[in-house]
Design a protein around this ligand. Sequence first.
Ligand SMILES: *Cc1c(COP(=O)(O)O)cnc(C)c1O
Length: 393
Amino acid sequence: MGPGPVNADPRVLRALSTPLVGQYDPVMTGYMAQTQALYREVFATRNDATLLVDGTSRAGIEAALVSLVRPGQRVLVPVFGRFGHLLAEIAQRAGAEVHTIGTTWGQVFPTSVVEEAVRRVRPHLLAVVQGDTSTTMNQPLDELGDVCARHGALFYTDATASLGGNPFEADAWGLDAATAGLQKCLSGPPGSAPLTLSDRAVEVVRGRRRVEAGIREDDDEDVGEPIGSNYFDLGMVLDYWGPRRLNHHTEATSMLYAAHECARVLLDEGRQKVVDRHARAGRAMLAGVRGLGLGVFGDLGHRMHNVVAPVIPDGVDGEGVRGALLHDFGIEIGTSFGPLRGRVWRIGTMGVNARLDTVLTTLAALEHVLRRAGVPVPPSGGVDAAADAWAEG
Ligand SMILES: *Cc1c(COP(=O)(O)O)cnc(C)c1O
């Protein structure tokens, strides 16, 4: 019940044990094509260039940023938590001229503030985290595509922690690139990063290769010195996943099975139904935490559905409570970083764990541990409030 990784769906664990085949086996190329089609639905996009990057979520982030950005180009990152700093750092390593805007932890950016910065910085790329688990905030993205279009910027988001559990519309929001991982709301293991690129982003990726590898426009042959990452060169990864199937890396077969099954599990239940279930479980957990008399961190009008940050009561040893929950109840909740260290816990309700029973047992256990720690918690206050909130639907 932490902010991720969380339990995998049993169907996904079974898929991981499927016998292995090589990436040119027709069965495997078939799975790859199916996986692309499934993730088009998950991201709500018609982008042809929808595929998996082999590696954890940050492999997807890195692939997107190093492939979309050339050294010296301006990248704007609105930072509202830990993962915004990660985007800025990766863009920096890609040689970009990185500009950031900041806000207090627990807040998101109004569109007007982002637009003002885009107008001032005139970035090649706007890179924004959608759900930042470090603060539990969910940055609205639905108006930022228009902002980018007005100012000629590419628009990228890291949706690792939010995809599946919160609304996400790659095409309708005008995204040029989005990346994710499996270990949050998609109920899978870490190790595969679904990614989608708009046609415009594909042009940029391919143009970048031509410039840097010295590939002639009139000839497909590579005639120059390649620079930058090989593994994360999305031009090469696209040729590998695309109809040409040009050899690149050995596909991480078992992770592809897992990613394929994660998408099927989600789409079998229904995209909107999964978001609704996360919203319902998140509301129940929020109500339960308050029912225990705890404060909750952040702007609750912009919280992620799938993680909540209860304020640690004065005088309580936060790590001691986490340890008791883990050792006595087998329930893991999260600690926190940076300015929130020691101030809040983070409790997740995501993926296969976004259920009534997990919410209630977590709150019952937390009530017990808090009472033992000397906190005057209302008896059954958490469970009652959560059950009521859940019943409201
Ligand atoms: C959890 C999370 C990640 C995780 O990256 P990994 O490489 O899978 O560890 C990345 N971005 C965000 C926003 C996250 O919440």
